[in-house]
Design a protein around this ligand. Structure first.
Ligand code: NAD
Ligand code: GLY
Length: 360
């Protein structure tokens, strides 16, 4: 078992990483939520038939009374109606303030169930059981929970830390290849922003088989970086912004593809490449870095360029949560393994980005 602790004073919690851990969910959650009698388990329509049986059996063995709430798989479930339905479902189940909610699934389930847990009865105990690579290396750790609005992604949300994160790497074996590789975009991001050796380790392992053989090390390294960043800046006003490398532009690509053409991870991959080119044009990033990054991502089958209109860039930059008035902070790399926040006028950023998409 690999264990990491997110050291937030008064709200510290463990991330446990072990193959087969789902079958121990009951005893592990019992230790994290000692007073809970009922546990509402939220999952999605793909994950339920694969893993809910193992988790529910283990929870029953540990004495929990459970109810399973299954949302339709996909980003379209991360909305206010699904949130309101969960609130009513939790009340029908008789959830009380000492009970808990567990999210069993990818980032969509984690974000939605986490926001529901944060808001029902003004907050009940919450546990993350992430089953996608993206959720294991990123969304299940750090307490960002949210739903999407018609105006954009993740616009209504909260910081609400879980009491425990349970990661079973075996669950990744059933992921479709594109979903696994979308998670790899976030994995590569950690190498880019914080750990050059890890970036090199990843570039030497471009196949799913090679990555799976080292998956515990990969999960541990990513979560170790994320927990340090979150412990330093829980509320995303300083260091945590570096986790958004590739995301401001990635959000533009998700918007350009109407949230259906490109997954979050694919959009982040292309966003990191655009951010690398942007860094070169601003004199921050070394000229050879964009090529290195493109090679690494392309070898994983991830997109390194996504067409985007100036309108979609402007919309995404305009609503970026790292924006302040006319300025926005973009995350650039001054070398592989080191990120630097760079504040600039939104209008200049949009113009520069658009120039990458023009035929020379
Ligand atoms: P997702 O939750 O939609 O999962 C992707 C697909 O994989 C879905 O079809 C799902 O049903 C399926 N799936 C999940 N686990 C599976 C398994 N083990 N085997 C087979 N299929 C499985 O998407 P995601 O990529 O996990 O997460 C994306 C979401 O996470 C976005 O909404 C994004 O905004 C959010 N996110 C949040 C944070 C955060 O800090 N809170 C960080 C990054 C991303
Ligand atoms: N996914 C970015 C963050 O947690 O801050």
């Amino acid at each position: 078992m690999k264990t990491l602790t997110v050291a937030l004073p008064g709200r510290e919690y463990d991330i446990l990483i072990e193959r087969g851990l789902l079958a121990q969910a009951g005893e592990r959650i019992r230790a994290a939520l000692p007073r809970a009698v009922k546990l509402a388990v939220v999952t999605d329509s793909n994950v339920a038939p694969l893993y809910s049986g193992t988790v529910l059996d283990s929870l029953h063995s540990a004495g929990f009374e459970t109810a399973l709430f299954t949302i339709p798989a996909g980003e379209q479930s991360k909305n206010s109606s699904a949130l309101a339905k969960l609130w009513e479902d939790f009340m029908d189940f008789g959830l009380t303030r000492t009970d808990g909610v567990a999210a069993l699934g990818g980032g969509v389930v984690g974000d939605l169930a986490g926001f529901a847990a944060a808001t029902i009865l003004r907050g009940v105990g919450f546990v993350q059981i992430p089953t996608t690579l993206l959720a294991q290396v990123d969304s299940s750790v750090g307490g960002k929970v949210a739903i999407d609005l018609d105006h954009g992604k993740n616009l209504a949300g909260a910081f609400y830390q879980p009491k425990l994160v349970l990661m079973d790497p075996d669950t990744l074996d059933t992921l479709p290849l594109p979903v696994f590789m979308a998670g790899m975009a976030e994995v590569v991001k950690y190498g880019c922003i914080r750990d050059k050796d890890f970036f090199n380790f990843l570039t030497a392992r471009p196949s799913r088989e090679q990555l799976t053989a080292d998956i515990e090390h990969i999960l541990y390294t990513c979560c170790d970086i994320k927990r340090q960043v979150v412990a330093d800046d829980e509320l995303d006003t300083g260091l945590r912004m570096i986790l958004n490398f590739g995301h401001t532009l990635g959000h533009a690509y998700e918007l350009a593809g109407h949230y259906t053409q490109w997954s979050h991870g694919e959009a982040v991959a292309a966003g990191m490449c655009a951010a690398a080119k942007l860094g070169v044009s601003l004199g921050v990033t070394p000229a050879e870095l964009p090529g290195q990054l493109e090679d690494a991502l392309a070898s994983l089958g991830l997109p390194t360029f996504i067409p985007c209109s100036i309108e979609d860039y402007a919309a995404a930059v305009g609503r970026d949560k790292k924006g302040a008035g006319a300025d926005v902070t973009v995350i650039l790399l001054d070398r592989v393994g080191h990120a630097v926040p760079h504040k600039m006028p939104k209008a200049r950023l949009v113009r520069l980005l658009h120039s990458f998409h023009k035929v020379p």
